[in-house]
Design a protein. Structure first.
Length: 34
């Protein structure tokens, strides 16, 4: 599951990263990806 998830993130890139950044930004308290 880990390799697949990583692969998906690398493939999607913007889409996956946007989700991770959005969730991380909320938890960290800093909206980086709008």
């Amino acid at each position: 599951a880990e390799p697949i998830l990583f692969r998906g993130i690398a493939s999607a890139g913007s889409a996956s990263r946007s989700r991770a950044v959005g969730a991380g930004g909320r938890a960290g308290g800093g909206f980086r990806h709008g």
